[in-house]
Design a protein around this ligand. Sequence first.
Ligand code: NDP
Length: 309
Amino acid sequence: MEQIKCLILGSGPAGYTAGIYAGRSGLNPVIYEGLQPGGQLTTTTEIENFPGYPDGVDANEMMDDLRRQAERFGAEIRPLIATKVDLGEYPYTITFDDGSEVQCLTLIIATGAAAKYLGLSDEEKYKGKGVSACATCDGFFYRKKTVAVVGGGDTACEEASYLAGLAEKVYMIVRKPFLRASESMQKRVKENPKIEILFETNTLGLFGEDGVEGVHLVHRKGESDEKIYDLPIDGFFLAIGHKPNSELFSKWLEVDELGYIKTTGMTPCTALKGVYAAGDVADPLYRQAITAAASGCKAALEAHRFLQE
Ligand code: NDP
C-alpha cells in the first residue's frame, strides 16, 4: 500500500498552507481536495480582510494562488474525497471515494465546515428549486427577482449585499431584534435600499408548486402580538452558520458538543500521535481564512517535528 509522509485532507486556506509548509520541509505532502476544492471561500466573492491584499482579492483567485504556491513546493494535489479513516493502528489508513487506500505517517485534518440548514422538511423539498446556502453559486438565477436570506451574521449580510446586486428585492429574516454582524457589514445592508430586514422573525415553512413561491413567517413568536404571515419570494438562502466536517473522525478523536475536533492548548495537535486538526474543523471561535491558514502552518510544523523525532 502507498505510504505517505504527510497526508492533508482538505483544500481550504488551512490545507494549502499546511501543504506549503510541509512541502518546504521536505515531507512530500499529498493534499486530497475533498468535497469542495478550494474550500468554503470559493463560494464567496471578494476577500477584503486577508493581509497582503490592500485592494481586496477575488476569493477563487486567492485560492488558486495558494494552490499554486503549495504545488511549487512539491505538494501533490489529488481530486478525491476521504470516505473512511482508520486511526486505530499506526501508520493510519485512509480510504477514498475511488476505492483507493493509502497509509500515512502524519495526518492533517483540514476538512473545514459546511453550511447549516434550519431543519425544515421544506428545505429538502425545494433544494435546488429555490433553496440554497450559497448566494454566489446560485444568485445568478434570481436576477430581478425577490429573495430572502436567513441569518443576521456577517455571512448573511454578505450574501444579502451580493444578492441585492442581482435581485429586485432582498429580505433578511433575522430571529433576534438586532444583527450579530460587524458594524461595517450592518451599515452596508442597512444603507442598501433593496434590502429590508425583518427582525424577530422565524421561518415556519415554504410553499410553491414546482419551486419556491413564498415563505411562511412568524413575527414575535409566542408574544401577545405574534403575527403569522406569508411573504412571496422566489429564492430562499440560508446563512445561519456552519457545522464542522468531523464525522469521519469522531470515532477516533475527541470532539466538542458542536462537533469541533478538540486540540491541545494553542496547538493543532490531537490526542493521537501524528494527527493534527487545522482550520474550521477545529475552530469554533474565529473561523477566518487567516486563522485557518495559521493553524495549517502550525500543523505542518508539528508534523515535521514529529517525523524528525
Ligand atoms: P454567525 O454564527 O456569526 O451568525 C449566524 C447567524 O444565523 C446569526 O444571526 C444567528 O442568529 C442566525 N441563526 C443561527 N441559527 C439559526 C436558526 N436556527 N434560525 C434562525 N437564525 C439562526 O455565522 P456567520 O456564518 O455569519 O459567520 C461565521 C464567522 O465568519 C463569524 O466569525 C464571522 O465574523 C465570520 N465571517 C466574516 C466575514 C468577513 O469578515 N468578511 C464574512 C463572513 C463570515 P443569532 O444571532 O440569534 O444567534
